[in-house]
Design a protein around this ligand. Structure first.
Ligand code: SME
Length: 168
């Protein structure tokens, strides 16, 4: 059994993301398989970050993001991010290699609705050694759910996990 527990519900976000990152590092240390690591990290995000309805990964395959390990409702399998075919919030994050923090997905042109309950979305690119590996995607049913602290927390997590998610 793994002994990782999220902090108290009223803990500051800085504490929450520091604890999440420490748990993710500990849980992935020594495991070379990126899919296994993504699966456990998706489960950790789900446990630690409140008010989500989807948390997981899309992996780069050429100019397409392919669905990876996640918690939530079944989701869109493939999302384009190549020139001339940038799809959704995930495609924008991958194409620009830039975090997308969307307060209201209904106002984001091209948003891909996998779960009608989703209202806010945070997508962080996963880059290791200048190679785009994929994205981390968080959805929430609460408009405006994610702020700069959430974005920074997931960016730090993505940077810490680059080596263990790169594989090989
Ligand atoms: N909403 C995303 C698609 C993935 S799901 O949210 C899991 C997008 O617009 O790229």
């Amino acid at each position: 059994m793994f002994a990782f527990a999220p902090p108290a519900a009223d803990a500051p976000k800085a504490v929450l993301y520091a604890d999440l990152c420490a748990a993710a590092r500990a849980l992935t240390a020594g495991e070379p398989d990126p899919i296994a690591n993504m699966a456990n990290v998706a489960a950790l995000i789900w446990e630690f970050v409140p008010d989500l309805n989807w948390a997981g990964f899309y992996r780069v395959a050429g100019e397409v993001l392919v669905l990876g390990p996640f918690i939530g409702r079944p989701a869109c399998l493939r999302i384009g991010f190549g020139a001339g075919r940038i799809e959704g919030v995930c495609g924008a994050a991958a194409a620009r290699r830039q975090t997308q923090c969307v307060a209201d997905v209904h106002a984001f042109a091209g948003h891909i609705a996998c779960d009608a309950a989703s209202r806010a979305e945070l997508v962080v690119p996963l880059v290791h050694a200048e190679r785009l590996l994929g994205v981390i995607d968080l959805d929430s049913p609460t408009p405006g759910r994610f702020d700069a602290e959430d974005a920074r927390g997931i960016e730090v997590l993505a940077a810490a996990l680059g080596p263990v998610l790169a594989g090989g």
